[in-house]
Design a protein around this ligand. Structure first.
Ligand SMILES: Cc1cc2nc3c(=O)[nH]c(=O)nc-3n(C[C@H](O)[C@H](O)[C@H](O)COP(=O)(O)O)c2cc1C
Length: 334
């Protein structure tokens, strides 16, 4: 069997296919199922900043009321976060997964402000997480807030988490920035050891019966790899940070493309939700077959071959993004 081993955030992995944060990593049995199915590492579903803040509010309320048995105190905790069993349950899942599994367990934090993480970061470390993935996402609905201010808050958040934990730290960011590459380098300067490109956003639809916004989660399609593919290719030889690709993996073809662009690991969520956890082993095996079939000695021989700095010309990578693609569109062929 061809050697697929890779390193991500300084962690040695048997191969580059990682289970991305999703409900498939929620409970201990789910995580073990992913490991048995062949996942090289598992990113757990995010712990939200609001969860940490809400739990702090409960503790405060209980302390102020002088009682640990006030039933009303539970109301401080919004229902959607109560469903996850609270922070202690999340930490317990990390602890038990650490004991039960051999693969790295990556905890995910979702937040956009520096507060709240310092104490919690050390609890995650003690629980035994191998690394932290920080998902920075918030709709900047305040029209007085500039892009620079939004980015600065994210950088401050990364710096706060970096200061709070010694664990390897990856930052999962979205693509909607004026200069994603520049911001990526600033994230690394702020303390990120790795970048996860790109976060996939879930905007609400409108329900025409109730006339209310309605959540509508659509799983991804392979077409969605293009944005991350471009930026991984552009960043590969210009940063020492680990690069993880996320979005649009359906078959081994997308895994291969991300690796050719220069990804250290490729994450998948939608395909596993669609086909079941065993699909991760299929992706790994087909990847090995592809590498062997193309005559590469190992994964290192093909990784980054299409990174921007290794191409004779970046014209097809950059210019073709727009004009050439539009001008070359063949109506009859489509
Ligand atoms: C049902 C569902 C739940 C998810 N939960 C999380 C989460 O808790 N934290 C996170 O950072 N990303 C979460 N994601 C995003 C995935 O980790 C992944 O980045 C995204 O779906 C793109 O990858 P994919 O095309 O393989 O699905 C979730 C995705 C789905 C479909």
């Amino acid at each position: 069997m061809i050697d697929l081993s890779t390193t991500y955030l300084g962690l040695p992995l048997a191969h580059p296919v990682v289970a991305s944060a999703s409900p498939l990593g929620r409970a201990l049995d789910d995580i073990r199922r992913l490991e048995d199915a062949g996942a090289a590492a598992v990113v757990l579903p995010s712990i939200y900043e609001e969860e940490v803040e809400a739990e702090d509010a409960i503790t405060l309320a209980l302390v102020e009321q002088g009682s640990w048995t006030q039933p009303e105190a539970g109301d401080y905790f919004p229902a959607r976060y109560r469903d996850t069993g609270g922070l202690e349950a999340r930490l317990e899942t990390i602890r038990r997964a650490r004991e039960a599994c051999d693969i790295p367990i990556i905890a995910s934090l979702n937040g956009s402000a520096p507060a709240g993480w310092v104490e919690f970061g050390s609890e995650i470390t003690q629980a035994g997480a191998s690394a932290i993935e920080l998902n920075i996402y918030r709709v900047p609905a305040d029209l007085t807030e500039s892009g620079e201010q939004v980015e600065q808050r994210w950088l401050d958040t990364v710096a706060a988490v970096r200061a709070a934990v010694a664990l390897p730290l990856a930052v999962k960011l979205g693509p909607w920035l004026s200069s994603p590459g520049h911001f990526a380098t600033r994230l690394v300067d702020a303390g990120a050891d790795g970048l996860v490109l790109f976060n996939r956003f879930y905007q609400p639809d409108i329900d025409l019966v109730t006339l209310t916004p309605k959540p509508d989660l659509q799983l991804s399609s392979p077409y969605e790899i293009r944005q991350a593919l471009l930026w991984i290719a552009l960043l590969r030889d210009r940063t020492t940070a680990s690069l993880a690709a996320t979005s649009g993996v359906e078959t081994h073809a997308e895994v291969v493309k991300y690796l050719l662009a220069g990804a250290d690991v490729v994450m998948t969520a939608s395909a596993l939700l669609r086909h079941g956890p065993n699909h991760i082993g299929v992706l790994r095996d087909r990847l090995a077959e592809w590498i062997e079939g193309r005559g590469f000695s190992d994964i290192g021989a093909m990784r980054g071959r299409l990174a921007a700095d290794r191409l004779e010309t970046t014209e097809p990578l950059l210019r073709a993004q727009y004009a050439d693609i539009l001008l070359s569109f063949d109506r009859d062929a489509s």
